[in-house]
Write a protein that binds this ligand. Structure first.
Ligand code: AMP
Length: 543
């Protein structure tokens, strides 16, 4: 017997209508290249989204067409999110930090019809335009006063495009399975792969993000997504915030600048912000140097890579800000797990160990770990294996792929290696390809990095496996010293004794000026491995 409830479709149009009816006066504040302090309301934003939807129709966009964006976090990008998805088009966000060849590959693979680009990326696209015959034209996200001279074919100024369009649009009633957005994985191996999000997945994911033990967003908050809108829809913040009517604060191109973030947070009364660890290192450094404080801020969400304890500690002890550790990936829209506030009654050591983990699955996500034969391992907090997931916002197959991306029994393999404890806490120990295989056993590079980050004078730490005659691979620790600090490699290695299993202790430690980072701000282990391809172990380490 079926239930007898309405078959309302779960679409992003529903979020837009809800925000329009209930929170028309909530604000969106942005930094853009042409305005350091743009401010308007949801009413204005969705009116302009309607104008943009009309304009896209006039440009000949057909249902399902991919509309590419190379843009920062700002109000025009927000308008694009809603105008495209809610009119039946696909918002394809492109990471401008990728290599030009990768951008050309992604635009061609997605068959983008129009590209909406920040003025900063005009030279990049001019150099690529010949390789992109399928792109009908380029819309530059600026006003006529700032429109650059360009050789791009069919270049249009965004504000001119919107100017004379009607402020109403007949938004179609979409099937909830309609594609809403497309995002390519950063592609550390092989070509980037496209993840095609449906309206239904995005709406369910929005509910997941909003839950009390996840972001717990409320209408009277101000939210600063420092995670880029070109990377997994800024963790869905542009959908979740309008769903509750909170204020949205966009940092524009200044995402990695501690001073900009601090100023924005103070001026706009930001209560919650989300970003990768490197962003928080920049903010904390700025706060240390200037003695500034951000009284309104009460929590930050950290994900994308493991959050070092030093970040959690400094936020909490100096600023009274609670750090929530989260884990997810492009293929999961991206929310997988979230580390909710640990009650103050939990003893400090236990609380620290729990907070360094990535948290519990958000309702909607199921997780398991399996061994090399695909057999499930116990959730005892010790056994570690390949982490697999399933749920309504997890990718089933990549865009334009013939086959499913799932295992024979319907799980998605994340490429991460993890433990799960009896209370459901996930501990990511590595990426499958980064785990160090020493004498048939696995060593977690993340655990070693986490410990290295607790040592005084260490600004950044990475551990890679380097070929070893006897053990197949051994861990090599590579560090960046904090400004003004001197690191003694031998003393650093000695500090590991008694803190990790003796055979986990790295065989050598090297201090470098800087570590390579990927286009999404993570330490690039792939580049590091290349950099140290000719590395030779010291004599005593080869014994
Ligand atoms: P991406 O698809 O680019 O967002 O990358 C997803 C990958 O980032 C995951 O599969 C993990 O390897 C890594 N990752 C994300 N969040 C965390 C975290 N909190 N701790 C450790 N690794 C993380």
């Amino acid at each position: 017997m079926f239930g007898m409830m309405m078959q309302s479709q779960l679409t992003l149009t529903g979020i837009m209508r809800h925000a329009q009816s209930n929170f028309p006066n909530s604000e969106i504040v942005s930094v853009t290249a042409d305005n350091p302090q743009h401010r308007y309301t949801y009413r204005d934003a969705f009116t302009r989204a309607a104008q943009l939807a009309n304009a896209l129709q006039k440009l000949g966009a057909q249902p399902g067409d991919r509309i590419g964006t190379l843009a920062w976090n700002d109000y025009r990008h927000f308008e694009l999110y809603y105008a495209t998805s809610c009119s039946g088009l696909v918002c394809h966000t492109i990471n401008p930090r990728l290599f030009p060849e990768q951008i050309a590959y992604i635009v061609s693979h997605a068959e983008d019809r129009w590209l909406f680009i920040d003025p900063m990326f005009v030279p990049l696209l001019e150099a690529l335009a010949e390789q992109l015959p399928g792109v009908k034209g380029y819309v530059v996200l600026t006003d006529s006063a700032h429109m650059p001279d360009t050789s791009l074919p069919n270049a249009i100024c965004y504000e001119t495009l919107l100017e004379s369009e009607p402020t109403e649009f007949a938004w179609p009633e979409l099937d909830e399975q309609t594609a809403a957005a497309l995002c390519y994985t950063s592609g550390t191996t092989g070509n980037p792969k496209g993840v095609l999000y449906s309206h239904r997945a995005m709406v369910l994911h929005t509910y997941g993000v909003l839950m009390p033990d996840v972001f717990a967003l409320q209408g009277d908050e101000a939210v600063l997504p420092v995670v880029p809108m070109f990377h997994v829809n800024a963790w869905s913040i542009p959908y979740a915030v309008p769903a509750v009517g909170a204020k949205l604060v966009f940092p524009g191109p200044k995402m990695g600048c501690g001073e900009t973030l601090s100023n924005l947070m103070q001026r706009e009364g930001v209560t919650i912000a989300a970003g990768v660890p490197t962003v928080w290192l920049a903010l904390l450094k700025h706060l240390r140097e200037t003695n500034e404080t951000i009284p309104s801020l009460n929590r930050v969400v950290v994900g994308g890579s493991a959050c070092p304890w030093s970040i959690m500690q400094e936020f909490e002890e100096k600023h009274g800000v609670y750090t929530h550790h989260a884990w997810g990936m492009t293929e999961m829209s991206p929310l997988g797990t979230y580390n909710a506030r640990i009650p103050a009654t939990v003893p400090a050591d236990e609380a620290k160990a729990l907070r360094l983990k990535q948290g519990r699955a958000a309702f909607g996500v199921e997780m398991r770990i399996v061994n090399d034969q695909g057999q499930p391992l116990p959730h005892d907090g010790t056994a570690f294996g390949a982490l697999q997931v399933r749920g309504p916002w997890v990718c089933e197959r990549y865009y334009r792929a013939e086959e499913s991306a799932l295992t024979a029994d319907g799980w998605f393999d994340t490429g991460d290696v993890a433990t799960i404890d009896p209370q459901g806490y996930l501990g990511i120990t590595d990426r499958t390809k980064d785990v160090i295989k020493s004498g048939g056993e696995w060593i977690s590079s993340i655990e070693l990095e986490n410990f290295a980050m607790t040592l005084p004078g260490v600004a950044e730490a990475a551990v890679i496996g380097v070929a070893h005659e006897k053990w197949a691979e051994r861990p090599l620790l590579i560090l960046v010293a904090a400004p003004g600090a001197q690191l003694d490699p031998q003393a650093v290695l000695a500090a590991f004794k008694g803190k990790v299993a003796s055979w986990w202790i790295p065989d050598d430690c090297i201090v470098v000026e800087e570590l390579p980072h990927t286009a999404t701000g993570k330490i690039s282990k792939k580049d590091l491995r290349q950099q140290f391809a000719d590395y030779q172990w010291p004599e005593e380490a080869t014994a």
